[in-house]
Design a protein around this ligand. Structure first.
Ligand code: HEC
Length: 138
């Protein structure tokens, strides 16, 4: 498993050097690391919250496998927390606030994941990312 991760990091490095497009796998690894370091891990990493873990479990390498496209689309919006919301959740804005760069990576990951699942209908899903709630239709 460690070897696999090393390989991914190497690929990330190489594609950076060559200016190639980042892969879905790289974005998935990066997004997982980002979410793990923020408040999301409180519930989405075992023992966490059983209902939250059913949606996605950040201990799994392919952590988003269990999520529907609609749930995936909600990740960037959920992550874009204001300081007050972080405090309300028992967190520390200095430690738990997502940076702009991190939010961008999450956005790119979600778009890449949806594109991979459904190559014909990419743009549609991506456009709803920003507003988060807009694409929710339960
Ligand atoms: C306090 C616990 C808790 C924290 C912290 C938490 N979640 Fe969740 N999350 C849940 C639960 C519980 C569900 C399942 C909701 C349900 O069963 O309807 C869920 C579901 C989701 C869903 C699926 C959409 C939905 O509404 O069902 C997404 C996306 C999500 N979480 C993203 C995040 C992100 C991103 C973070 C970090 C910013 C985060 N969560 C932090 C408990 C949490």
């Amino acid at each position: 498993m460690a070897l696999w991760r090393l390989l991914i990091l190497n690929l990330a490095f190489l594609s950076g050097v060559c200016g190639a497009v980042e892969s879905l796998e790289m974005l998935r690894v990066e997004s997982r690391q980002i979410l793990r370091t923020r408040l999301c891990g409180n519930c989405h990493i075992p023992p966490g919250n059983s209902r939250a873990l059913k949606i996605y479990n950040l201990d799994r390498e392919n952590w988003a496998f269990s999520m529907s496209e609609r749930q995936l689309e909600q990740i960037p919006g959920r992550a874009d927390l204001q300081d007050e919301e972080i405090v309300e959740m028992g967190g520390d804005p200095h430690r738990h606030k997502f940076t702009k760069r991190e939010l961008e990576i999450l956005n790119r990951y979600v778009r890449a994941e949806i594109k991979d699942r459904n190559p014909a209908a990419t743009l549609f899903g991506a456009e709803h990312n920003q507003s988060g709630e807009a694409s929710q239709q339960r």
